[in-house]
Design a protein around this ligand. Structure first.
Ligand code: SF4
Length: 376
């Protein structure tokens, strides 16, 4: 029985030039219909005995905060009417600083949301312009402060390093600005140039320059130094938090536990089967309205594939793989499965094993891709 729910909101005020998520600008006219469809899909999830009392709910996207207060209210009310919610549940929403105001934060608070993750990406206006963000650095700081005034203390900011035109100094300033907001959680990602995005074309034809490897390494050092100095412990490759503020919903993914996803393109992972919904928002609404299936893809992982996936995902977390739990869950011994490959990674000081956990060493985190490739 799963206790984690993901709700996908595919709308954005504008499409950022690096983005390859299932998100769309210019679909404002579809929002009301889409929320009705989501509410209908939530109603369908109540049958089948899959869902227990919710411990984590995550409204992601896209930009959930682009929805009007009325639509957000409907959606959250419908969700909580469909499922019992654990009193200690983490209810998260992703927000874009250009799409929020005081009234929306107050509504979210009243509706039961208790965690906000802001997509900020940079506190440098030139960098924000180059990646097509709709907000300024100042608007981002104002949005965070407004959320605090509305009573939220579980707040996170996403920042990206490796942006076009960024150097270690400007990364340091962005990070220091984020830290000065005194938040309990930060997500710090390296920019990935995704295929077929406007950013890829601009980098390929030389209109935008990305930082070189030495600069990226210097940014990594700045990150390690400043997060530690400010009491934010790394708990996953890209995530840092004060004690008790780790994102519980994302930990569900990294532990490869079951979750239910609703909305266009949303993935559900239930009892060893993974299903994906229709990706295009309008087609998703058509399917819900006509009573046909929203599922376009379904796969069942065999036990060993699922075992390996669980190992890889858990190694993203600093604490690593809970070995006894893993072996009990799959009835497969880690050493038997990986044999010499595992011994070599330990010998190369890329992995370390304590009595309970197998985890990446500091050196292993630098070469994480190589370790994962060996274990996949
Ligand atoms: S706001 Fe987020 S989801 Fe929307 S286009 Fe930008 S990066 Fe993509």
């Amino acid at each position: 029985m799963t206790t984690s729910l993901y709700i996908h909101i595919p709308f954005c005020a504008a499409k950022c030039n690096y983005c390859s998520f299932n998100s769309y600008a210019g679909l404002e006219g579809l929002q009301g219909r889409y929320i009705d469809s989501l509410c209908a899909e939530l109603g369908q999830c109540t049958s089948g005995g899959y869902m227990g009392p919710l411990r984590t709910v995550f409204l992601g996207g896209g930009t959930p905060s682009v929805l009007s207060a009325a639509l957000l209210k409907n959606l959250l009310a419908s969700c909580f009417a469909c499922f019992p919610v654990h009193p200690d549940a983490e209810i998260s929403i992703e927000a874009n600083p250009g799409t929020v105001d005081r009234a929306k934060f107050e509504l979210l608070k009243t509706a039961g949301v208790n965690r906000i993750s802001f997509g900020v990406q940079s506190f440098n206006d030139q960098e924000l312009g180059k990646i097509g963000r709709i907000h300024s650095a100042e608007e981002a700081a104002q949005a965070v402060n407004m959320a605090k005034e509305a009573g939220f203390d579980n707040l996170s900011i996403d920042l990206m390093y490796g942006l076009p035109g960024q150097d270690p100094k400007s990364w340091q300033i962005s990070l220091e600005t984020a830290l000065s907001l005194d938040l309990n959680h930060l997500s710090l990602y390296q920019l990935t140039v995704e295929e077929q995005t406007p950013l890829e074309r601009m980098v390929q034809d030389g209109r935008l320059q990305l930082p070189v490897e030495d600069e990226l390494a210097a940014m990594d050092e700045i990150t390690a130094k400043l997060t530690a100095k400010n009491g934010l412990a790394q708990y996953e490759i890209s995530n840092y938090a004060r004690s008790g503020y780790q994102c519980r919903h994302n930990i569900t993914y990294w532990e490869n536990r079951d979750y239910f996803g609703v909305g266009a393109g949303a993935v559900s992972c239930l009892r060893g089967s993974r299903k994906r919904n229709i990706v295009a928002p309008e087609e998703y609404c058509d399917a819900i309205e006509s009573g046909s299936s929203t599922v376009i893809d379904e796969e069942t992982l065999d036990l060993e594939a699922s075992f390996r996936e669980t190992v890889i995902m858990a190694l993203r977390m600093n604490r690593g793989v809970a070995v006894k739990q893993l072996e009990k869950r799959y009835k497969i011994r880690l050493e038997n499965h990986y044999g010499k490959v595992l011994q070599q990674l330990i010998k190369d000081k890329l992995l370390e094993q304590s009595e309970d956990y197998l985890y990446l060493t500091d050196r292993g985190r630098v070469f994480a891709n190589r370790v994962m490739a060996d274990l996949v």
